[in-house]
Write a protein that binds this ligand. Structure first.
Ligand SMILES: C[S@@+](CC[C@H](N)C(=O)[O-])C[C@H]1O[C@@H](n2cnc3c(N)ncnc32)[C@H](O)[C@@H]1O
Length: 281
């Protein structure tokens, strides 16, 4: 199962590697992404099932197909290149577009709503918590003063003015855009919700692979893998276990796998990727 099928790149690799009869369920909330995946995977015929749904619906989607368990689940989190490179989707500060940032176009919440409607203190909290942005308060103040903020370029300029010029290879608005995208799509909550479901859906020895692109996501995946690979969760000083927790997974990657320098050179967007894999016991 590929829970974030996107343009179908990973899915095509999985289908090729599981030939001749491996089957794959590919899910995505974005109908444009699914259209790309449908085209890319058309040669695999009935081996590929594609559905427009959140990966949090994986349990009922698998039940709908009559699949009792799967051998592997992939979650490649965040936005796709197609989404970043389509200015109308509003994910990028590199081009001008509306403040949208929704993966799922039926989601009623857009980035424009947050930027123009949230009280200043709440906006600062979103930018601080989801962007780990130290200048969150000053940025929120500048945004509120500039309301209405209508486009990605205007927002990027407001943030750049507060933070000063570009430092290193990160645009000054990177963390603010990340924060708004996470809030619009409720990304951390859906990730927390899917991990136990994914483990329950795996067959014994099946594997869950998650590619995270920032530390907030990676922390959730790491914490879940650590907890679920332990036999007891009682405090270390407690002499006798009273929690009866049993390990349900084995961590395959104690440390995340990072892209090699060559891959980063070919595709700079991979530079922050961290892959963690766990196997169901
Ligand atoms: C990094 S891209 C995946 C790219 C894909 N692995 C490929 O090979 O083309 C992440 C995808 O996840 C989708 N997505 C984000 N949140 C989702 C969710 N809760 N459920 C399903 N898909 C989601 C996005 O729309 C996006 O297409």
């Amino acid at each position: 199962m590929d829970g974030t099928v996107g343009a179908g790149g990973h899915a095509a690799g999985i289908l090729a590697a599981s030939a001749p009869d491996g089957q794959l369920l590919g899910m995505d909330v974005d109908p444009q992404a699914l259209e790309l995946a449908r085209r890319k995977l058309s040669g695999y015929g009935e081996r590929a099932y594609l559905v427009q749904a959140s990966y949090t619906a994986l349990t009922c989607q698998l039940a709908g197909l009559g699949w009792k368990a799967v051998n592997g689940i992939l979650l490649d989190l965040g936005a796709s290149s197609m989404q970043f490179d389509t200015p109308q989707r509003g994910f990028s500060f590199q081009a001008d577009g509306p403040l949208d940032m929704r993966f799922d176009p039926s989601n009623p919440l857009t980035a424009a709503e947050l930027v123009n409607r949230l009280p200043e203190a709440e906006l600062a909290e979103v930018i601080y918590c989801y962007g780990e942005e130290p200048a969150a308060r000053r940025i929120a103040q500048a945004i509120v003063r500039a309301r209405p903020v209508t486009g990605t370029r205007q927002l990027a300029e407001i943030v750049a003015k507060v933070k000063g010029g570009k430092r290193g290879h990160l645009h000054p608005a990177t963390q603010t855009f990340q924060a708004l995208r996470i809030a619009v799509n409720d990304e951390l909550q859906v990730l927390e919700a899917v991990l136990p479901q994914a483990m329950a859906a795996l067959a014994p020895c099946g594997r869950l692979a998650v590619i995270a692109f920032h530390s907030l996501e990676d922390r959730i995946v790491k914490g879940f893998f650590r907890r679920e690979s332990r036999d007891c969760l009682c405090p270390p000083r407690q002499p006798v276990c009273t929690c009866w927790h049993k390990a349900s997974i084995r961590e395959i990657t104690r440390h995340p796998i990072r892209p090699a320098a060559e891959e980063i050179a070919q595709n700079p967007r991979t530079r922050s990727a961290r892959l963690r894999v766990a196997e169901k016991i």
